[in-house]
Design a protein around this ligand. Structure first.
Ligand code: SF4
Length: 309
């Protein structure tokens, strides 16, 4: 991972100094849109033109065709969301309801800001030099980005036409929406395997595990897109030995495409958002796992031959 700390010119007279990753900060996970780790600039959709004057039917047509998306925020990050310094764009809408979600404000597509594809592509273009200097690129995250496949498709295509490294952060729950043409434009998938036992998976997410397995199987069979696995370790919820060993069995079948496994210790950084949205937060009393417990799980995945973080 790059931790570049020298100023990188943007080509428009300005420059940016990506912050190095703070080794003492809690590790970021897929749902931590506001996590401070490695964040360098931007919050919300600042700088992206918001569409407010488009008729509803026109807006829906544009969304259907992938020219418009519902966006939560974007951020420039270093050493998270994939290699190097990355523009991570968080899209609104998610079909899962993970108990530990740190961004329940992304659950609904209607709560996002309508942003045109061209706006995202302009921003990607602006940061191309940073991506090149740091080995970074674009990451599409959420919510669940695959709720808006046509929007994702056009952004990925545009990024690849600029020669930018692309990454999708996904639960795989809607992996069927990611067709082969999109996978051709994807260099890396951050695949969140939230549990290996189907019942536990359902308890954590309210969704089914099988679509994630199917997506991972497809990625492994194609062999062209690299994969980082992410697993959030939550005491009393996902930390049963059987659950973790089930994950081990599932991902062992994808070894040809997996470059790393990330075991992310649960923390309470999202609790306030649940409160502010007046949603019932079930993990109020849950403590983060101890460093020893986290390391034990990491060691298990290492024993299967994975590079583990
Ligand atoms: S998959 Fe959806 S519900 Fe689960 S953590 Fe991510 S954004 Fe939240």
């Amino acid at each position: 991972m790059s931790t570049a700390s020298t100023a990188i010119p943007l080509g428009d007279g300005s420059s940016i100094v990506p912050l190095p990753l703070d080794p003492n900060a809690p590790q970021r996970r897929d749902q931590d849109f506001d996590a401070p780790v490695g964040r360098t600039s931007g919050q919300g959709v600042a700088g992206l033109a918001e569409l407010t004057d488009v008729e509803r039917s026109e807006r829906l047509r544009k969304m259907h065709e992938g020219d418009l998306g519902s966006v939560h925020s974007w951020e420039l990050v270093t050493a998270v969301d994939g290699p190097g310094t990355r523009l991570t764009v968080f899209l609104n809408g998610c079909g899962l309801r993970c108990l530990y979600c740190h961004n329940p404000d992304t659950f609904l597509m209607k709560d996002g800001t309508p942003v045109e594809t061209g706006e995202i592509l302009s921003r990607i273009k602006r940061y191309r030099r940073i991506f090149k200097a740091t080995g970074g690129g674009l990451t599409l995250s959420g919510g669940e980005a695959m709720m808006q496949p046509e929007f994702v498709r056009k952004i990925l295509r545009g990024a690849k036409e600029m020669g930018v490294h692309t990454c999708l952060d996904t639960s795989g729950f809607l992996g069927a929406n990611c067709d082969d043409a999109m996978l051709d434009d994807l260099d890396l998938v951050l695949l969140d395997v939230k549990s290996g036992d189907p019942d536990t998976y359902h308890r954590v997410t309210s969704g089914r595990l099988q679509p994630t397995i199917d997506f991972g199987d497809r990625l492994a069979a194609r062999g062209t897109t690299r994969v980082w696995i992410r697993f959030v370790l939550v005491p009393g919820l996902t930390d049963a030995k059987e659950n973790i060993e089930a994950i081990g069995r599932i991902i062992s079948a994808w070894k040809n495409v997996i470059d790393r496994v990330e075991v992310l210790p649960f923390h309470q950084m999202g609790r306030d958002k649940w409160r502010s949205l007046e949603l019932k937060y079930e993990l109020e009393e849950t403590k983060p796992p101890t460093p020893e417990a986290t390391e034990e799980v990491r060691e298990y995945f290492r024993s299967l031959g994975f590079e583990v973080h």
